[in-house]
Design a protein around this ligand. Structure first.
Ligand code: IMP
Ligand code: MG
Length: 335
């Protein structure tokens, strides 16, 4: 049995969803459970011809055999949750911890209000900051207080720890990224909670002694949405010239693009307790690496980059994503 946490090493949007999906298809976890803040996170998925931004359902839903859970620490917006479970057809296998905090319309209004977080720090306006604030003030409703959620309620820690006792694999997926952690990020330009691996374990009620692996996902060219410092940021002209353009899943804002930040990678790996690293977007380091599935077929330029990254992070890079599709990956975990 093994319990693996997957978190983002930079400012979010590192491509965690794809890494979760890949690992799920290989390791067959019986549960994939989400930690992190709430519906401020987004994951873009293709359903038929259309693409949708999923914000409450764990990104591991693309693996059809896992039960999907939302951990105790996560904020739930019931309207978004109820919409998404039917959108991606996971109503029968998705569960919420009974103690999740609830996002009310008033939280969204407060987040978006004229002198509020959307303006000052560039929050996503999804209500997470005000909802976490109410939760801390102990005035928040919890999932158990919402009749529409009743059929989905479980005790997530009981489910996960029970699965681990039976010898199952479990995946805990983080959202956001290290750089926007309330504790370790670029305060005040951060989200309303810690985003490190320890927080993801706590969000799911899994004690630190039960975690076997922490996979930190780093993007070859990190991105940041919203305001705040970004020391390796490239000018828009530079990143446009390199053909790199990205837009946020939740807010559709254009993401800021930067170069690899070795000291941030090292610090992030330390606090996350990284045991293995994943690098996404290696095809941006060298276009010839697009879609490569065999390490020996990577170019010298890409391999030099990976050697540098591995040196910064201090643990082996075991997963290398070479394109957006699930199959476009090099997995060296068992080599
Ligand atoms: P909030 O979490 O909506 O309050 O936003 C606070 C900051 O974190 C803003 O700069 C957001 O753009 C950023 N942020 C929140 N969630 C994510 C995410 O999932 N990916 C990337 N940035 C995020
Ligand atoms: Mg995202």
């Amino acid at each position: 049995m093994s319990c693996t946490i997957i978190v983002g090493g930079f400012f979010g949007d590192e491509g965690k969803g794809k890494i979760v999906a890949h690992i799920a298809h290989h390791d067959h976890p019986s549960i994939i459970s989400r930690g992190g803040v709430g519906p401020n996170a987004g994951h873009t998925v293709l359903v038929g011809e259309k693409s949708y931004g999923v914000r409450m359902v764990p990104s591991g839903f693309v693996y059809p055999r896992s039960r999907l859970m939302i951990g105790t620490g996560v904020l739930v917006d019931p309207r978004i949750f109820l919409h998404e479970i039917d959108l991606v057809h996971v109503r029968d296998r998705t569960f919420i911890d009974k103690r999740c905090g609830i996002i009310e319309p008033d939280h969204i209004a407060r987040d978006k209000g004229s002198d509020h977080l959307a303006k000052t720090i560039g929050s996503t306006g999804s209500g997470c900051g005000p909802a976490n604030s109410d939760r801390v003030m102990r005035t928040s409703r919890l999932a158990r207080d919402v009749p529409e959620l009743e059929q989905f309620l479980v005790d997530v820690p009981e489910e996960i720890n029970g699965a681990l006792n039976r010898g199952d694999n479990v995946l805990l997926e983080g959202t956001q990224g290290f750089g926007i952690s309330l504790y370790y990020g670029t305060y005040p330009f951060v989200t309303s909670k810690d985003t490190s691996a320890s927080q993801i374990a706590a969000d799911n009620g899994v004690g630190p002694t039960r975690i076997d692996d922490v996979i930190v996902v780093f993007k070859a060219y990190p991105t940041r949405v919203g305001e705040g410092p970004f020391s390796t940021e490239l000018s828009r002209d530079r990143s446009d010239a390199m053909g790199i353009q990205e837009f946020g899943t939740v807010t559709h804002r254009q993401r800021r693009i930067g170069e690899w930040d070795g000291s941030m990678a090292r610090y992030s790996a330390m606090i996350n307790g990284c045991t293995q690293a994943a690098i996404t977007g290696i095809d941006r380091v060298d276009k010839d690496c697009f879609g490569v599935t065999d390490f020996s077929k990577l170019s010298v330029k890409a391999r030099d980059f990976l050697a540098m990254a591995e040196d910064d992070i201090g643990v082996p890079v075991t997963l290398i994503s070479t394109g957006p599709e699930l199959s476009q990956i090099i997995d060296m975990r068992d080599v």
